[in-house]
Ligand binder design. Structure first.
Ligand SMILES: C[S@@+](CC[C@H](N)C(=O)[O-])C[C@H]1O[C@@H](n2cnc3c(N)ncnc32)[C@H](O)[C@@H]1O
Length: 196
């Protein structure tokens, strides 16, 4: 399964434009001020849009992904920035490089067991920000909806909040978000803080 995932993502990233850096997540940009600057972890970082954004804002970042092709695209944009790009299958080997992160982000990578594990790697007062595609309500998941077709790569309503209910909830949104091209994304977004 994981070798299949690695090859799938490598071949997808191999077709992408190496120079094109996608904008950082709107959720991250809008709520970064909630986080204390320091050490950050980007889980399943892809080509590094969010890790690069954090490094430019003074964070020292560990960024993990299964795809070495994605990481090579990312590191080409990161000269001089404090980012450690780590190639790791987080489902087969869920060990996280260190403890005490001030900010952990996991965007568009559904892995409930890993999510539970991440909370133990936050510093006291550290922030965990998660955004996943949401299963749209019955009859609303038609052709104009962005994101994965396979429901395995989406979360159900309330699922993220439930998984993180031992931390202090700072932000929660679930629903439809209109994209620039007028298509809809159905998203679940949660920001929690580890108690001091
Ligand atoms: C939809 S992309 C999201 C990338 C990034 N988080 C973002 O928001 O731009 C999902 C990412 O998960 C990575 N991935 C898939 N399976 C993985 C695994 N088992 N371990 C680590 N990364 C994985 C893929 O390579 C891909 O970069």
């Amino acid at each position: 399964m994981s070798n299949y995932d690695k090859e799938k993502w490598n071949s997808r990233y191999a077709k992408a434009d190496r120079q094109a850096v996608r904008p950082a997540s709107e959720l991250l940009q809008a709520h970064l001020a909630l986080a204390r600057p320091g050490r950050a972890l980007d889980v399943a970082c892809g080509t590094g849009r969010n890790a690069l954004f954090l490094a430019h804002r003074g964070f020292t970042v560990d960024a993990i992904d299964i795809s070495e092709v994605a990481l090579s695209h990312a590191s080409a944009q990161a000269e001089g920035l404090p980012v450690r790009w780590l190639c790791q299958d987080l489902l087969a080997s869920p060990e996280i490089p260190q403890f005490g992160y001030d900010l952990i982000i996991m965007f568009h990578f559904v892995a409930p067991t890993l999510l539970a594990r991440l909370t133990g790697h936050l510093s006291p007062g550290g922030l965990l920000m998660v955004e996943e595609h949401l299963q749209p309500p019955e009859g609303r998941g038609g052709g104009a909806v962005t994101g994965p077709h396979n429901p395995q790569y989406r979360v159900g309503p309330g699922e993220l909040q439930q998984d993180l209910n031992e931390l202090d909830l700072l932000f929660f949104y679930e629903g439809e978000v209109k994209e620039a091209d007028d298509r809809s994304a159905w998203l679940s977004q949660v920001i929690v803080r580890n108690p001091e």
